[in-house]
Design a protein around this ligand. Structure first.
Ligand code: ACM
Length: 565
């Protein structure tokens, strides 16, 4: 043991992969089990990546990453059973421990070889992510970096995630971001072993998903007149074609990220109703306007009569919903479709003869039950097509659809209520995981709707499993997800600054064992991890490393957001 420590201290000088003052490699998220050994594996131009068929595109993903930074050719090849495991990086499912589960892996680094063994392809991918972090941070560079030695310390790692749902949501309705940005976002998620990208494609301020049967959703609903925007006659927006979506879904699949699209019903629907006013209670168009000018002046409210809710009593609404969900399911192969359900303004339903007639006919006592009726219709339709419904925690109010999963955003109460009712829940509480909220004070911070409230440390210390649940209820907590709402964030660099490094803390919360949570040690590992982000060219906040200063980061005159965001 002493001998190992002496060797490791020597290595410490040579291998920046170690966190300063700490013998363990600076892995984020921290693995379940790690055993350091003496020596190092050195990547060489002639190193080969060998793999079996289960590795799928992961071998090529690794080759491209290593090649980009090292310039080494690093051939990828199929396994030859008789060939020696020497000078290779081996990715294989053969001989893997089934107990590691769908995403677990074993990673063994010796001077002779790197061996990643996993029962399933996802585990091979996560083993690759860990191996990359054992190499110097410059391995994340997208251009060749001259370096004397690309070494990884010898280790034996066994690793698997604590939670199956490790998510990040991005709102592209308030401000559209093109597919290149989204793919870069997915790269950042993959590096942290996050596996669900919740794509908020639809909201009042813009409909971003091409639907062939309803072309006005994007020809009208994707564009708005934006105060302060000087190009294109002040018409601002954008949308993804179905080909764009297919490309991003495939890009995510290589990274073992499932995309959960969100189609908001029945509220947050101004953009859809601007395109198809006949789906609103009064046949009036929704207002695809905006309540913030940018960069960040005061709030302006929606016009008083603008309608943000679909007419629940109009049969055309159900038809629209089924048609849109059909095309959405055709584009997104994942199990879950998110139907929104938050912050529904019911004042229109109040005065609508069709909605009133439906409520009377179905015996619905209040508007929550009317919303519940619509949600259940959506769920039946999704279930018939082999999919599962997720909604924001408001869907609890009108009687939960039988198979629904609840996303808890107004704190944790919704998640607790859901699991107590026997439903799965995903924890995305706005007081811990809304990354659009300020993480630091002072000038130079992106605009935010709240005072400093969600620091890196508060994300790190968040636990997705609320106290007081039974073991069966705890098992229904699928995991955690952070949300990036973009009312004020129209710039890609602001989005990244608000995302990083909090995304890294989220990853550790969602992947690593709870018992291993240690802020001081995480902070040390982050020093190295930030060098990886820098090598990737990611913009991140350093202010997070300090304790929070509870000053107001909002520009003068800016008030709170109208919603809980
Ligand atoms: C939400 O923040 N309205 C889900």
């Amino acid at each position: 043991m002493k001998f190992a420590i002496v060797i490791l201290s020597t290595l410490l000088l040579a291998l920046p992969v170690f966190a300063a003052g700490n013998l363990a490699p600076a892995l984020v998220p921290a693995p379940q089990k790690l055993e350091l050994q003496a020596g190092a594996f050195q990547l060489q131009p002639q190193t080969r990546i060998v793999m079996d068929a289960a590795a799928g595109p992961t071998g090529e993903y690794l080759r491209e990453k290593l090649h980009a930074a090292t310039g080494y050719p690093l051939k990828a090849a199929d396994i030859q059973p008789s060939a020696p495991v020497q000078g290779v990086i081996l990715l294989t499912t053969s001989g893997a421990k089934a107990t590691l589960g769908a995403e677990g892996y074993e990673l063994t680094v010796t001077p002779a070889a790197v061996i990643i063994r996993a029962p399933q392809p996802a585990g091979l991918f996560y083993g690759v992510q860990t191996f990359l972090q054992l190499l110097p941070p410059e391995i994340y560079a997208t251009n060749v970096v001259a370096k004397a030695a690309w070494q990884a310390p010898c280790v034996r790692i066994e690793d698997w995630p604590r939670f199956a749902w490790r998510g990040m949501m991005l709102d592209v309705s308030r401000h559209f971001q093109g597919k290149e940005f989204v793919e870069r976002y997915l790269d950042g998620m993959a590096m942290q072993k996050l596996n669900v990208f919740h794509w908020h494609l639809v909201d009042d301020q813009g409909w971003r998903l091409e639907i062939k049967k309803y072309p006005r959703l994007t020809s009208v609903g994707a564009w708005r007149k934006q105060p302060g925007y000087t190009e294109n006659n002040g018409i601002y927006g954008g949308f993804y074609t179905q080909d764009d979506i297919r490309e991003v879904v495939a890009y995510a699949a290589v990274r073992h990220i499932t995309i959960v699209p969100e189609i908001e019903i029945p509220g947050h629907s101004q953009a859809a109703l601007a395109a198809y006013p006949e789906l609103s209670c009064r046949g009036e168009p929704g207002y695809v306007g905006y309540f913030f000018e940018f960069p960040s002046p005061p709030l302006a409210k929606f016009p008083p009569n603008s309608c943000n809710v679909f007419c629940a009593g109009n049969p055309m609404t159900l038809q629209f919903l089924e048609d849109v969900l059909t095309e959405t399911m055709g584009l997104f192969p994942g199990k879950y479709i998110h139907i929104g359900g938050d912050e529904v303004g019911t004042n229109y339903w109040d005065q609508c003869p069709k909605c009133q007639a439906l409520m009377a006919g179905e015996g619905l006592k209040n508007y929550h039950e009317l919303q519940g009726w619509l949600t259940k219709k959506a769920e039946i339709f999704l279930n018939e097509h082999g999919r599962q419904l997720i909604g924001w925690d408001e869907i609890l109010a009108g009687g939960l659809a039988p198979n629904a999963t609840v996303m808890s955003w107004r704190g944790v109460a919704g998640g607790i209520a859901a699991v107590k009712a026997g439903h799965p829940a995903i924890m995305a509480p706005n007081n811990f995981l809304y990354f659009n909220r300020a993480q630091a004070a002072g000038p130079g911070q992106p605009p935010a709707p709240r005072r400093v409230s969600i620091t890196l440390k508060s994300v790190y210390n968040y636990d997705p499993v609320p106290a007081g649940l039974t073991p069966a209820q705890e098992n229904l907590i699928l995991g955690a997800e952070a949300c990036m709402w973009t009312e004020r964030l129209n710039r890609a660099d602001w989005l990244e600054t608000m995302t990083y490094p909090r995304l890294c803390a989220l990853a550790e919360v969602a992947w690593s064992p709870k018992a291993a949570r240690d802020w001081e040690q995480f902070s040390q590992r982050m020093e190295t991890h930030l060098q990886r982000l820098a090598a990737m060219g990611v913009t991140y906040s350093r202010a997070n490393q300090a304790e929070p200063k509870l000053a107001d980061s909002r520009p003068a005159g800016q008030s709170e957001a109208p919603s809980g965001q």
